[in-house]
Design a protein around this ligand. Structure first.
Ligand code: HEC
Length: 122
C-alpha cells in the first residue's frame, strides 16, 4: 500500500467519530432539544447534564425500545447511535451490539476442555 493511501485512510477513519458527533448534535437539536433543553421545572425530561451521566447503551435502548422510541421512530440505527453518542458524550463501547444493545456475536458452547493434550494426574 502506498503511504498516501494509508494517510488518507487514517484521516477518513479519524474524522468518522467527529461526523457522527456532528450529526448527533444536529439530530438532537431538531428532534429532542425542544423537550430536553426546555429548562422548565414542570418538564420531566432529563436535561443534557443528566443524560451525560447515562450510558450509551441505556440511551440507545431508550431510543430503540424504551420511553423515547416514539420520538426516534423515524430515525435509523445510525442516527439513533449518533444521538446517543452525542447526548451521553460516549461512543459505543461495544459496537458489536444490535439496535437494542444486545450482542450480535453468538458464542456457541465452550471449547471442549478434554480435547487437547492434558495432564492425567499420574
Ligand atoms: C415531547 C417531548 C420529548 C421529546 C421530543 C424527547 N423527549 Fe426524551 N423524555 C421526555 C420526557 C418527558 C422524559 C421523561 C420520561 C419519564 O420519566 O417517563 C424523557 C426521557 C428521556 C430519557 C431518559 C429515559 C430513561 O428511561 O432513563 C432519555 C435518554 C431521553 N428522553 C432521550 C431523548 C432523545 C435522545 C430524544 C430525541 C430523539 C428525546 N428524548 C425526545 C420528553 C421528550
Amino acid at each position: 500500500m502506498k503511504p498516501s493511501f494509508a494517510v488518507a485512510a487514517l484521516l477518513i477513519w479519524c474524522s468518522t467519530p467527529a461526523l457522527a458527533q456532528q450529526d448527533g448534535a444536529a439530530l438532537y437539536a431538531t428532534h429532542c432539544a425542544q423537550c430536553h433543553d426546555a429548562g422548565d421545572a414542570q418538564n420531566r425530561a432529563p436535561a443534557r447534564g443528566a443524560m451525560q451521566a447515562m450510558s450509551f447503551d441505556h440511551v440507545l435502548g431508550t431510543l430503540t425500545s424504551g420511553s423515547m422510541a416514539a420520538m426516534a421512530k423515524e430515525r435509523n440505527d445510525d442516527e439513533r447511535r449518533a444521538i446517543a453518542a452525542f447526548v451521553t458524550g460516549k461512543a459505543a463501547i461495544n459496537s458489536a451490539s444490535d439496535g437494542q444493545g444486545r450482542c450480535t456475536q453468538q458464542i456457541s458452547g465452550f471449547p471442549q476442555p478434554l480435547d487437547g493434550p492434558r495432564w492425567n494426574g499420574t
